[in-house]
Design a protein around this ligand. Structure first.
Ligand code: F6R
Length: 611
């Protein structure tokens, strides 16, 4: 996720673009840049953050070097996916002649074959990004009309994009296009237009907005703005008047970042999967095959939510690849003289990539000669840099302290890694792999189905928000999800919540179950269903209140429970990726009902850099 802005009008563009980028910093902040159209050609400044100074702060110090008379340009604030956060990888990107500039948010899935082909044709690449291909494609397709050149480029690229492009051959003109990434056009005073990823970027200047749909393009200059589809046919559009205040706009109208991030999960999952597997079931993790040679054990390490993702990773890996695997809470790992050696693969999972405990575990593992694979959401983070190899989740910045979209994308990476290692071990047939991938691709729509039933979840949360204690139970993968559900509930609602392997409850904890204790029973695993059902009966016999999160066909459980939330159909193995979503929403609505500060819960920090 990145932020892009464009401006064309009668005022100096540089300060307007910088201001827009500052408003979009929540979309990405590891590097930033601005390019302007001037009579002498395109002028550009761009940089990554350095030495603890934020990228945009450094950029702000540089814009004085740009010609203030320039009244059209584009800007970008980056959250790196392809290519580290460096000055060169910062956007905008230019073609080799320097006549075309682009700012891109999204992922160009087929950038590798495109780059290879363009290189063979003589185009010289400067950056490691997927986005740079678009600048060269523009130059390649250009024959006098910028919009035509953009259409030509769009016909070649696969993936998601919000793009703003410009050319020194077309002073004052910006062209933009969208597919699976947000883009708006703001109409300013006296023939000026703003283009941006999101409304906050333009709110200071205008409240009159056109929202582009997937497959639409806009071309703006001082004469006006016109909208077409990618074939060039006109698209009628109407202006929307935005009434949000600036703070609400940053959250796209949501009350909290957490809810926004819960809603972003379908797209985050699509992005994280993109380019990593083909339709026939072959997984390409972008890691050389010999990295995994001779691995005979896997240890997953992480903290909190990331640790819960590790639990799912271990289960899938053991089931699919039959490879011995263990999980460790990172803060425990280093102190117990872990049994790792050169044949152990240590998978360090961390959204931020800066968690001190996870870093310490990673360093301990390396000291013992293990090879370390990081799973992280932040390109350029310490975990990413110190690991031998990295698999990035492409969830975009996660701002709410309670992790949601980072967790579901971590689970998706866990599934891909387990599939990859199982296929390597000859234990995953191509047809099974293709079927699993097909299902992974279907999960965003299933999450959308759950998100459409928020009101039911709000009602269920109301039923438990006055409780002082709650239990989550489940077996197998459901237990892993129950642990995450309990963590979500306690950290933002401050209701004491514990998760138990359902069969373990009767070994002591059942003594705490009364009429006042809600028990959330997670039951998706078919082979374990009867057993979980018995555990629910045990709770009911003690007058406990049961909320079941389960499959529609589990009629006995639905009848035994006081309340039930049905999940869309899903396989047992991939169920955790969707099952956690109702639990996130129940925690969210319970916290809102209790009047808590949802995005910044008490005593917690987003990045925990102390051991
Ligand atoms: C809970 C939560 C934390 C983090 C943990 C690890 O919602 O966010 O439990 O998961 O602090 O953080 P990362 O993943 O950044 O290493």
């Amino acid at each position: 996720m990145c932020g892009i802005v464009g401006y064309t009008g009668g005022r100096p563009a540089a300060p307007l673009l910088l201001d827009g980028l500052q408003k979009l910093e929540y979309r990405g902040y590891d590097s930033a840049g601005i390019a302007l159209l001037t009579p002498e050609g395109i002028r550009m400044v761009k940089n990554a953050g350095h030495g603890g100074v934020m990228a945009l702060e450094i950029l702000a110090g540089k814009i004085g070097a740009l010609p203030m008379a320039a009244s059209a340009g584009i800007g970008h604030t980056r959250w790196a996916t392809h290519g580290r956060p460096t000055d060169i990888n910062a956007h905008p990107h230019l073609d080799a002649s320097g006549e075309f500039a682009i700012a891109h948010n999204g992922i160009i899935e087929n950038y590798m074959p495109l780059r290879a082909r363009l290189r063979a044709e003589g185009y010289v690449f400067r950056s490691e990004t997927d986005s740079e291909v678009v600048a060269h494609l523009l130059a390649r397709h250009y024959s006098g009309d910028l919009a035509e050149a953009l259409r030509g480029a769009l016909a070649e690229i696969e993936g998601s994009f919000a793009l703003i492009v410009m050319s020194s051959r077309h002073p004052g003109q910006l062209a933009a296009a969208r597919r699976n990434a947000p883009l708006i056009v703001g109409v300013g005073a006296e023939s000026e237009f703003f283009i941006a990823s999101d409304i906050p970027a333009v709110l200071k200047e205008t409240r009159d907005i056109y929202v582009l749909e997937d497959g639409e393009m806009a071309v703006a200059d001082r004469a006006g703005v016109c909208f077409t589809d990618f074939a060039g046919d006109p698209r009628p559009k109407t202006v929307t008047r935005v009434t949000w205040d600036a703070a609400a706009a940053e959250k796209a109208g949501y009350d909290h970042f957490m809810l926004k991030e819960i809603d972003e999960q379908p797209q985050a999952l699509r992005d994280t999967l993109s380019g990593r597997a083909d339709k026939s079931g072959v997984i390409d993790l972008g890691i050389a095959a010999d990295f995994f040679a001779d691995v005979d054990r896997v240890a997953f390490v992480g903290c909190g939510t990331a640790y819960h993702a590790c639990l799912v990773g271990r289960e899938l890996l053991e089931q699919w690849a039959r490879l011995p695997a263990e999980t460790a809470i990172a803060s425990e790992f280093r102190y117990r003289q872990p049994l790792v050696d050169a044949r152990t693969l240590v998978v360090a999972v961390s959204q931020s990539g800066e968690t001190a405990d996870t870093l310490a575990a990673l360093r301990e593992a390396k000291k013992e000669g293990a090879r370390v694979l990081a799973v992280t959401n932040v390109v350029g983070s310490t975990v990413a840099r110190e690991a031998d190899e990295v698999l990035f989740t492409w969830a975009g910045p996660e701002i709410a302290v309670a992790s949601t979209k980072a967790y579901t994308t971590q689970l998706e990476i866990m599934a891909l890694l387990a599939m990859f290692l199982a296929a390597r071990a000859g234990r995953l047939a191509a047809e099974r792999s293709a079927a699993l991938l097909k299902e992974l691709r279907s999960l965003p729509a299933k999450i959308e189905d759950i998100l459409a039933r928020k009101e039911q979840l709000r009602g269920l949360a109301a039923g438990l928000s006055d409780s002082s204690s709650a239990f989550f139970i489940g077996r197998g993968l459901d237990w892993a999800v129950a642990l995450e559900g309990a963590l979500k509930l306690k950290e933002i609602s401050y209701i004491h919540a514990e998760a138990y392997a359902a069969g373990e409850l009767k070994h002591g904890t059942l003594a705490l179950v009364t009429r006042e204790t809600p028990v959330i029973a997670v039951a998706t695993q078919r082979t374990l269903y009867e057993k979980t059902l018995s555990n629910v009966e045990e709770v009911k016999a003690r007058e406990g209140r049961v909320l079941a999160v389960t499959r529609a066909e589990n009629k006995e459980l639905a009848a035994a429970a006081d309340e039930v939330f049905f999940l869309p159909p899903v396989s047992d193995d991939l169920a955790p990726i969707i099952t956690v979503v109702p639990l996130q929403l129940i925690a969210y609505y319970a916290a809102v009902r209790r009047g808590n500060h949802v995005d910044k819960p008490r005593n917690l920090a987003k990045t925990v850099t102390t051991e």
